[in-house]
Ligand binder design. Structure first.
Ligand code: F6R
Length: 614
């Protein structure tokens, strides 16, 4: 969480840092700040609120200077207010820092520094770190880079930091452990950011710091990379970025979320492009081909993820067990990492993550690797920490997802996991050639069927208007669509702040049915394939208790139409592929309800896109 941006070069830093922060606002948006060096002094402005508020507040300071650092915050230590916002000064006022992460042992360091006469304005761990750096610089009589390296060896926690020293005004020192940090390399200029989006219009060349690396970025010089642990020289690996500007702008849509919902036909196609060769009856996935034996001989597959990615993992459990007949367990990464799980070198762990930076998922990967398991990543962000930490993997190729609520990440994750399961099923000989080819051809039709599902948008807007003032909602599904019910409920609660819960439809009788009255909207996924008759019975049970039923049905369904208050149709497909379609109306309903309630759809309260703290 938190986004950091920096610039050192020949342009005015202010607009670059501000625009960069706006692009990173998905990472945290409770406060923001900027520090600029005008050649003489540091001018700093920070405020509770969004980057737009910072832009106004910063009118009070000089905006001159071609060196700047900025921060958009998701509070960990200290409430979101002006004082706790970054950047933070050291006591002398010479050093200034921005930080994404958590310093866990900041209390003991703070006590020690207090004894030495340091005072603190904020409640943050970051202010402690900058004063520790200052203390090291003074007592060891070293330059900024060395002081940062020594200080970081004394801290426990996670960080991506950028530090500027007024006494060394031609450089910025950055370091990383756990939180992401990219350096964009231009002509006689450098950019620093949590991801490449702030500098994509200036350069395609970037260096992503590895964990425990730091860099001294000096004007007119090559970047110097060092290992934080022992100050050994490290060598920068310059990557050529594929991202383009269009992908990170709204492109005429009111919100990123809506744009990303509508991008799904394209995103799913991009996910299987070059992998799914339906005519030849082939699936090409290098990460699976090279490790086929590991998958085929696995005692079990363990899937770890959080939030929406965990829901994609649940869908994958059905797919892998149903199609490939491999036993699967799905775990919240946060639980898995702390519960002493039974895992051996005969197991395969699949980690699913849009951002590739989720702290709990990363920790689960490290644990599984320690136990000797083979670890496979399904990530969207190329070059992310999870992508680097895993033994092999498959990218989803969804393109940047900026809306905090995950949409296209979910459907593209399911697409990748389906391709994997089909490939394994075929290699294992579980599938006949005919059945296999039927799946491949059907998967190829999914983008156009998603497109068709999106055509219900106007109807969904009307339904949203009916239920926008609800205080509670239930979501029900069975089989492959049980995780979709969970995902539908999560989408609604996170962006509209309406309480919503998802259940397997048959669980209703074991408790939740007590909640049903004429005020309760119940979203039921009742597609033709997969326990249809049973779901129809569940619908009847809700109806007889006067619940309001909004059903997602297969095109042409007549039976549910007679029972439900509203029906939304999706095209017919194979049962295992239905989540790719049934999830679309649920995304749209959440979106419209949230808009009608005046909520900030792209940046819901208290959330951040990239959860880099546990
Ligand atoms: C919900 C949402 C979150 C994420 C979760 C995991 O819409 O976006 O629940 O799915 O924080 O994030 P990743 O997939 O980046 O690991």
């Amino acid at each position: 969480m938190c986004g950091i941006v920096g610039y050192i070069g020949h342009r005015e830093a202010f607009p670059i840092v501000i625009k960069g922060l706006q692009r990173l606002e998905y990472r945290g948006y409770d406060s923001a700040g900027i520090a600029l060096f005008d050649g003489n002094q540091i001018n700093l402005s920070k405020t509770k609120g969004k980057v737009e508020d910072l832009k106004n507040k910063a009118k009070e300071i000089s905006q001159a200077g071609s060196i700047g650092i900025g921060h958009t915050r998701w509070a960990t230590h200290g409430v979101p207010n002006d004082v706790n916002s970054h950047p933070h000064y050291s006591n002398s006022g010479n050093l200034v820092i921005i930080h994404n992460g958590i310093i866990e042992n900041y209390e003991s360091i703070k006590q020690e520094l207090t004894k030495r006469g340091y005072t603190f304005q904020s409640d943050t761990d970051t202010e402690v770190l900058i004063n520790l750096i200052e203390e090291v610089k003074k007592t060891e009589d070293v330059k900024l880079g060395k002081a940062v390296q020594i200080a970081l060896n004394q801290v426990v926690g996670a960080y991506a930091i950028a530090v500027f020293d007024k006494e060394k005004p031609d450089e910025i020192v950055v370091a990383k452990l756990g939180s992401p940090l990219a350096i964009g390399i231009g002509e006689e200029e450098f950019f620093i950011a949590s991801d490449a989006s702030p500098f994509i219009e200036f350069t395609n060349n970037a260096v992503y710091l590895e964990d425990e690396e730091m860099a001294i970025i000096r004007l007119g010089k090559e970047i110097k990379l060092r290992k934080i642990k022992d100050d050994a020289v490290a060598y920068p690996r310059i990557l050529e970025l594929q991202m383009n500007l269009e992908e990170i702008e709204k492109g005429g849509y009111d919100h990123f979320m809506l744009k990303e919902i509508y991008e799904q036909p394209r995103a799913i196609k991009d996910t299987y492009r070059g992998r799914l060769l339906a005519e030849q009856g082939l699936i090409r996935m290098a990460g699976i081909d090279l490790n086929m034996e590991k998958f085929l001989n696995a005692n079990k597959i363990i899937i770890v993820a959080c939030g929406t990615s965990w829901h994609a993992g649940l869908v994958a459990e059905y797919i892998f067990e149903d199609l490939a007949r491999i036993p699967v367990e799905v775990e919240y990464a946060s639980e898995f990492r702390y519960r002493n799980p039974v895992i051996t070198d005969k197991d395969v762990l699949i980690a699913i993550s849009q951002s590739g930076e989720t702290a709990d998922t990363l920790a689960a990967i490290k644990l599984a690797k320690e136990k000797g398991a083979f670890v496979f990543g399904v990530c969207n962000v190329v070059g992310s920490s999870i992508a680097r930490e895993t033994d092999a993997g498959a990218y989803t190729h969804a393109g940047p997802e900026i809306g905090v609520a995950s949409t296209k990440a979910f459907t593209t994750q399911i697409t990748v996991l389906t391709l994997m399961a089909l490939k394994l099923a075929k290699t294992k000989g579980v599938f006949s050639e005919t059945k296999y080819r039927e799946y491949l051809s059907e998967l190829e039709t999914i983008p156009s069927k998603v497109e068709k599902s999106l055509e219900s948008n106007t109807l969904i807007e009307i339904i949203a208007d009916v239920y926008k003032d609800s205080t509670n909602c239930l979501y029900l599904g069975r089989g492959y669509n049980f995780p979709v019910a969970l995902e539908g409920a999560l989408k609604l609660k996170e962006i509209s702040y309406i309480h919503a819960e998802g259940y397997p439809a048959a669980e209703m009788k074991h408790g939740p049915i007590a909640l049903i009255d004429e005020q309760m909207p119940v979203f039921v996924i009742a597609t033709k394939k997969g326990h249809y008759e049973k779901v129809v019975s569940n619908i009847q049970e809700i109806k007889s208790r006067k619940g309001k039923i909004i059903a997602i049905v297969t095109e042409g369904d007549e039976q549910v139409k007679d029972l439900a208050d509203h029906v939304i149709e999706v095209p017919e497909t194979l049962e295992s592929l239905t989540p790719l379609l049934t999830t679309i109306p649920l995304q749209l309903i959440s979106y419209h309800i949230a808009v009608m309630r005046g909520c900030n759809v792209d940046q819901p309260r208290n959330l951040a896109k990239s959860v880099t703290v546990e």
